[in-house]
Write a protein that binds this ligand. Structure first.
Ligand code: GUN
Ligand code: ZN
Length: 437
């Protein structure tokens, strides 16, 4: 059992009031083992109220005092490609040339277990440096790439979800897989990894153009057979991509509906981008319980377009924020939240919307966890949540110190952190460890 005294940022009412931050200026967070031995939050609240109660309950409790620091839930990245760390910042005339000229050639290297292991170790270190403690990540089409990432995540006790990419057409030698074998490999990886420690598996058809009908059908069959396994893919990111899908499936109502026809829309299905959707698509997202991974730095960098936040809220479907490295330009949740704010201002809805800082923060923590079906598990610090958290230092740079010291409200404080923050703001990332019960 261990306690931390600091300012605390969390979501006391994660379901009924999405986006309303609870901020405890002088707070106490108590962490200790659950019945299985995993470190979870035991209590959270004001120091004044909790200290004596907790002190008598747990005599000798060790309290680490972190004056001037803010403890907040570890960030949840809903969509990121671990094999694309070296693809960040590759300029191209949009998505399809970017995939062909940079991404596919680069992903070929992950046929090597050694290369995959080195990249996985680097990737996880980078997530943690930026305060990201849960990720839904693409691997490559090589099963070795999944084993490397989940093996390293397991060693570090990280909550990580990934899957072997399915791509049996419109892709070059070296990353293209074979239909039957790709489905056999997927099932074997589910059996090997899903639900082991904190690891999860995601069935991962890359996107409609890279998957044959047989492969999409097989993916949908596996999704039905393993209902608590995740599904991850891309949809409606770029106009040329949407036109290509229309050519491939001229009779389909929309790009999104192709996935529906193969049984690939359901709770725990997460689709990156979701930019070029119509109202029927949005209703379909909602009725199937499918979630969108909103990836603003990627969409700005590749010139893909703007996610329609107002449209998503109108329809009421699940969504959360994602870096989409390496189309995305940064691992930093602060950069992603700021880019989402820009998109709200300048994006599809006119006049622009000003996304609230509390809501942006929620979209990258408790909201993202809810969209993944992991509410009450990660993304928050309520009792019972796994103890993944960050220690923020608002004095980390001279400008942050100057600006945050003048914050007159919680919104002003959070906006200062979002606009000026990066990895320097993350003083420490703490990952819930397993123990013996
Ligand atoms: N669509 C299919 N593959 C990819 C990818 O790797 N990145 C992005 N941004 N979109 C995709
Ligand atoms: Zn992506």
């Amino acid at each position: 059992m261990k306690a931390y005294r600091a300012s605390l940022l969390y979501f006391a009412a994660p379901e009924s009031l999405p986006g309303q931050v609870t901020f405890e200026q002088d707070g106490l967070l108590v962490v200790g083992p659950d019945a299985t031995g995993r470190q979870v939050v035991q209590a959270i609240g004001s120091y004044q109220q909790l200290a004596s109660q907790v002190g008598s309950q747990y005599p000798g409790l060790q309290v680490e005092h972190l004056p001037g620091r803010i403890i907040a839930p570890g960030f949840v990245d809903m969509h990121i490609h671990y094999p694309q760390i070296d693809v960040i910042g590759s300029p191209a005339e949009g998505l399809l040339p970017w995939l062909e000229n940079y991404t596919f050639p680069h992903e070929k290297r992950f046929s090597s277990p050694e290369y995959s292991a080195e990249a996985a170790t680097f990737f996880i270190a980078e997530l943690l440096r930026h305060g990201v403690t849960t990720a839904l990540a693409f691997a490559t089409s090589h099963p070795e790439s999944v084993n490397a990432l989940l093996g390293e995540a397991q060693r570090q006790s990280l909550r990580m979800i990934t899957g072997k990419v399915l791509m049996d057409q419109n892709a070059p030698d070296g990353v293209r897989d074979e239909t039957r074998q790709s489905l056999i490999d997927t099932e074997a990886l589910i059996e090997k990894w899903h639900g082991v420690d904190r690891l999860g598996y995601a069935i991962t058809p890359r996107f409609v153009p890279s998957c044959s009908e047989a492969q999409l059908r097989g993916a949908g069959e596996l999704a039905a057979q393993y209902p608590d396994v995740w599904i991850q893919s891309h949809v409606a990111e770029n106009r040329d991509e949407v036109a290509w899908v229309r050519q491939l499936y001229p009779q389909a109502r929309s790009y999104l509906s192709v996935y529906e026809d193969f049984g690939l829309l359901r709770p725990r299905a997460v689709y990156a981008h979701c930019i070029h959707l119509d109202e029927d698509d949005r209703a379909l997202m909602r009725s199937t319980g499918t979630a969108a991974a909103v990836s603003p730095t990627s969409n700005l960098f590749l010139g893909s377009g703007f996610f329609d936040h107002a449209g998503a809220d109108r329809a009421g479907f699940l969504y959360g924020l994602a870096s989409d490295v390496g189309g995305g330009t940064s691992f930093s949740p602060f950069h992603t939240m700021l880019a989402a704010y820009y998109v709200g201002r300048e994006g599809q809805t006119k006049p622009g919307v000003s996304l609230k800082p509390q809501h942006l923060w929620w979209q990258h923590t408790a909201g993202a966890a809810r969209a993944l079906g992991l509410q009450g598990v990660v993304g928050n610090l309520l009792s019972g949540c796994e103890a993944d958290f960050v220690v923020l230092n608002p004095q980390a740079t001279p400008l942050l110190a100057r600006k945050t010291s003048q914050a007159g409200s919680l919104d002003e404080l959070l906006f200062s952190l979002i606009v000026l923050g990066d990895d320097r703001l993350i003083e420490k990332t703490v990952i819930s460890q397993a123990g013996t019960a």
